[in-house]
Ligand binder design. Structure first.
Ligand code: F6R
Length: 663
């Protein structure tokens, strides 16, 4: 949720750190800071609020340091004030640390460290880390042959009680201490931390070392020519390098101007090779759009095309269908005897899962459950045999989704063969923690998404579910080949349909948004496969415009929510011809009879629609099963323009973070 960046090399660190933080600001943005090592001192500058406040503070400084760490914060422990901003330092200000995650045992560690004379200056959990590292470093220096007690900034007198020496495993001395006392101190410190964390550490006493560690929170290393980077997310690295190495849980690394060494928390040296990202720096720029969110909405036709190309066989011949039209490269074992599917996800990805359930059940005939990962991990459904578990997460880093999948792996591992876990991930970030956790991935090919509100990654997740459901339907022969061929044709038309909506509707929706800048409540109605789109429309509006919005299955409205309706509550109704079309229109009439302003997202012609809706947002007429991909587009545009009209920060809405790496 917070953003971490680190640099060591030959260039001016502060410039690289600021640029990296700018790319990570979407992850958290209530305060920011950087620390560098210069002339034997740590130079730390922090500011409350958005990154430009830090930039202003740094303007005019001429700091040539070539090593440093930086952070943008999304507050978990302690208010978003400057004194809580990272980096945090030890008492003597010789060690600086940035952290992403939560240290669960920080209270106990803090009390212990305070009793040893450490002075705390913030309310954060993070601050225990530099103090703990200082403590470990102190001890390591004591073990060194001929060690004196007069290291800079530290005194032995602060630690009079040997019985209170930090409990570490394995005990001192470790082979790493002679190689790098700072690395060993960080290693010993992290083994005492409980929780999820990624950290970057520098020390005034070791100016040529940047130490990083990862436990359940993302951290990626970047490799340049004589310079090395670390970041909590790859967009910070893309302007400098495409050679990256994501650290795994329980790993730490030492970055020096000469190279990178990776170790396990047990102190073993690991051999790891970087991989090449197929991104370019332009992808992380707005390219003329006012906001990333709008750029990403406009990228959706291209994303659908990329998915079509990646998932579907363009040569497939429905008159001679010897093999599936889908090429997901998943092993046969995932399909064999498959009886049930369970999907775990959060937020927008959960909505994609709900559309997926509809497709998997209606096309492939496989009973499918969709669970919020945060609920599933504490109240999982009883185990069923031959079950495929799909984790859906665009970032691949959502803590609850990862924990739910880990729990599923764990609880199935002791079971008979038919209950063994079959895990599949749907993600936009195959290099993420999800990619490391599950054996099989459907890559959603959406390209990096920077706007906090998910748009193109949602559409890409839907494409992944279309591919999976069609593949299963073909293999199980649950749908005729002709029907599948018709669906494939329909899918291939989608990029042009989205383009048509963007071209013909964006301006109109921008004007329409004027009417709703002061609105306080919205209702979104949909049925069947478009019920999740009603939920998604409501979520988009809530998160970026701060307007209260609810999504309902249209038929449920009269069971309660109808009481909310009056002339001040607009009702957006998704009405696509198909199984529930007439029903949805009747439900819409019920709302209109309560004076609500009815907005129809529908392909009905103007004349017809005028009898039902007060306002029409036309969409192309597509097969009902494919319609979510067209109906979601105007809802994204509507929420964007309402938020922009209200003068809000569309890309970085308050209290939100792009990837939710804490529980
Ligand atoms: C909504 C949104 C969030 C995410 C949710 C899950 O626009 O972005 O609701 O969908 O936090 O994130 P991922 O997909 O990264 O697991």
């Amino acid at each position: 949720m917070c953003g971490i960046v680190g640099y060591i090399g030959t260039r001016t660190a502060s410039e690289i750190l600021l640029e990296g933080l700018r790319k990570l600001e979407y992850r958290g943005y209530d305060s920011a800071g950087i620390a560098t090592v210069l002339e034997g001192q740590i130079h730390c500058v922090r500011a409350k609020g958005k990154l430009h406040n830090l930039q202003e503070k740094l303007a005019g400084e001429n700091n040539p340091a070539q090593i440093g760490i930086g952070h943008t914060r999304w507050a978990t422990h302690g208010k978003p004030e400057e004194y809580n901003a990272h980096p945090h330092m030890d008492t003597a200000c010789r060690i600086a640390v940035v952290q992403n995650g939560i240290i669960e045992n920080y209270r106990e560690l803090r009390e212990d460290l305070k009793a040893r004379g450490h002075e705390f200056r913030s309310d954060t959990d993070t601050e225990v880390i530099p103090h703990l590292i200082a403590e470990c470093l102190k001890e390591i220096r004591h073990q060194e042959p001929g060690a004196s007690s007069s290291e800079p900034g530290l005194t032995v007198d602060s630690f009079p009680d040997p019985a209170r020496t930090p409990k570490v495993n394995p005990p001192y001395p470790s082979p790493l201490s002679s190689h790098s006392p700072l690395l060993e101190a960080v290693r010993q410190a992290v083994t005492q931390l409980q929780g999820a964390f990624a950290i970057a550490v520098i020390s005034a006493d070791y100016p040529d070392e940047l130490i990083v560690a990862r436990q359940q929170a993302p951290l990626v290393l970047g490799f340049g020519q004589g310079e090395f980077y670390c970041a909590s997310d790859t967009p910070a690295l893309v302007p400098y390098t495409r050679a990256v190495l994501p650290l795994d849980n329980g790993e730490l690394a030492r970055l020096t101007p000469l190279g990178v060494e990776v170790y396990s928390f047990e102190g073993q040296r690991l051999k790891k090779a970087p991989r090449t990202l197929n991104w370019n720096p332009v992808m992380v720029e707005k390219q003329g759009f006012k906001h990333f969110m709008m750029k990403e909405i406009y990228e959706q036709p291209g994303v659908v095309r990329a998915c079509l190309e990646a998932y579907f066989d363009s040569e497939w011949d429905s008159s001679n269908p010897t093999q599936s039209p889908v090429q997901l490269n998943l092993p046969e074992s995932l399909y064999t005897d498959l009886q049930r599917i369970q999907v775990v996800a959060c937020g927008t990805s959960w909505h994609a899962g709900l559309v997926g359930k509809y497709l998997l059940e209606q096309l492939a005939g496989i009973p499918t459950q969709v669970q919020y990962a945060s609920e599933f991990r504490y109240s999982p459904a009883p185990l069923t045999p031959h079950t495929l578990t799909i984790g859906v997460t665009q970032s691949g880093e959502t803590a609850d989704t990862l924990a739910a999948l880990e729990m599923e792996l764990q609880r199935r591992s002791q079971q008979p063969p038919e209950f063994q876990a079959h895990l599949l991930g749907i993600t936009n970030r195959p290099e993420s923690s999800l990619g490391n956790l599950v054996p099989h991935i459907i890559d959603t090919h959406a390209g990096i998404e920077i706007g906090v509100a998910a748009t193109k990654t949602f559409v890409a997740q839907l494409m992944a579910f279309y591919a999976l459901a069609i593949d299963l339907a073909f293999r199980r022969q649950s749908v005729s080949v002709d029907q599948l061929a018709k669906m494939l044709d329909g899918l291939r038309q989608l990029p042009a349909e989205i383009e048509m909506i963007l071209e013909s509707q964006e301006r109109y929706i921008e004007e329409l948004a004027h009417d709703f800048a002061e609105t306080q409540d919205f209702i979104f109605l949909g049925r069947g496969i478009n019920f999740p789109i009603a939920l998604e429309g409501a979520l988009k509006l809530k998160e970026i415009s701060y307007i209260h919005a609810e999504g309902y299955p249209a038929g449920e409205m009269k069971h309660g929510p109808i009481a909310l309706l009056d002339a001040k509550v607009p009702v957006v109704t998704i009405a696509m011809p198909g199984t529930v079309f007439e029903k949805v229109l009747s439900n819409a009439q019920e709302a209109r009879a309560r004076d609500a302003r009815l907005i129809g997202v529908t392909p009905m012609d103007e004349q017809e629609a005028a009898d039902t809706f007060d306002t029409l947002i036309p969409v192309p007429h597509v097969d009902e099963l494919l319609s979510p991909i067209v109906t979601v587009i105007p809802l994204q545009l509507l929420s964007y323009h309402i938020a922009a009209r209200r003068g809000l920060d569309v890309d970085q809405p308050r209290n939100l973070a792009k990837s939710v790496t804490v529980e």
